[in-house]
Design a protein around this ligand. Structure first.
Ligand code: IPE
Ligand code: IPE
Ligand code: MG
Length: 264
């Protein structure tokens, strides 16, 4: 990478330049998935309402989307609202929905300017109509773009996604349009929300929790997991760069053995 290209990704921050220089651009993760966590704790530590943590978290989303696009990643999917999050107090839920709407309204121009194709992973129909309309507008107005595929996982849960696939396959089998013996992994993958995306290579979770919380259960079968104690509102470009540098040091074996072990 030339110095000019590095600067294009990170500007003049020396630590970030060092990180970018350490990245092998021929082996980038194709798809990065992020469980954004810790907004509430970030707010609590500042004696602020939880919603302020979510508001601050929007800045982190901006920073990560921009960095992913500049790096040339193919896909970025961030977990913004799980089907279990409906259990939260109504004012927090409605506050989050309001932020979502605002985010699309404010960011759509930037997404388009950066050739970013926006999408939603999850039950769009279960969201309030005004939010759904805004999201649909975002999807529609970026549908022809060919750069980073940026998806928000909303009203999403891995189990409900898989349950839905099972139901649809059963309906198709009953209708005679699919033979149960033809149901293979590809048949399932084609029916997932992420059918158009490569499998996540790297799964990031912030705020130190060591769990996947029902996120992309099928898709992360072989993802490399990277956890940081950083709370989501504090997550910035350098953290994503660090995750990619660390990812590139891992050896992915997919159940096989290492090349060197094979020779031994
Ligand atoms: C993540 O932050 C955002 C959402 C789940 C919507 P949290 O709101 O879960 O923050 P903590 O885990 O309570 O700190
Ligand atoms: C995971 O965070 C879901 C999202 C980031 C939207 P949660 O805070 O909801 O997950 P748990 O409750 O810690 O498992
Ligand atoms: Mg949480």
């Amino acid at each position: 990478m030339t110095r000019a290209q590095v600067l294009e990704v990170v500007g003049d921050d020396r630590d970030e330049q060092t990180l970018v220089a350490a990245i092998d651009f021929s082996r980038l993760p194709r798809h990065v998935a992020v469980i954004m966590d810790g907004n509430g704790r970030w707010a609590r530590s500042r004696h602020l309402p939880r919603l302020e943590g979510h508001r601050a978290g929007v800045e982190s989303v901006r920073s990560v989307v921009e960095t992913a696009a500049r790096l040339g990643l193919q896909a970025l999917t961030v977990y913004a609202f799980s089907t279990e999050n409906w259990k939260r107090p109504t004012d927090e839920v409605s506050g989050l929905m309001g932020l979502l709407k605002l985010y699309i309204r404010r960011e759509l121009k930037t997404l388009r300017a950066n050739n970013i194709k926006f999408g939603v992973v999850g039950g769009l129909d279960g969201l309030p109509k005004d939010v759904r309309d805004e999201l649909r507008r975002g999807i529609h107005e970026t549908s022809k773009l060919s750069g980073l595929q940026f998806s928000l996982a909303l009203n999403y849960s891995g189990r409900s996604e898989l349950t839905d696939v099972a139901r649809r396959l059963a309906i198709e089998a009953r209708a005679g349009t699919i033979d149960p013996m033809d149901i293979d992994e590809k048949a399932i993958e084609r029916r997932l929300f992420t059918a158009h995306l490569p499998e996540p290579d790297l799964l990031i979770r912030t705020s130190g929790e060591l769990r996947v919380s029902n996120f992309l259960l099928w898709q992360i079968a072989y993802a490399e997991i990277w956890v940081t104690d950083v709370l989501w509102p504090d997550f910035r470009r350098r953290h994503l760069l660090q995750a990619i540098v660390d990812f590139q040091k891992r050896e992915r074996r997919y159940g096989g053995i290492t090349a060197s072990a094979g020779k031994a």
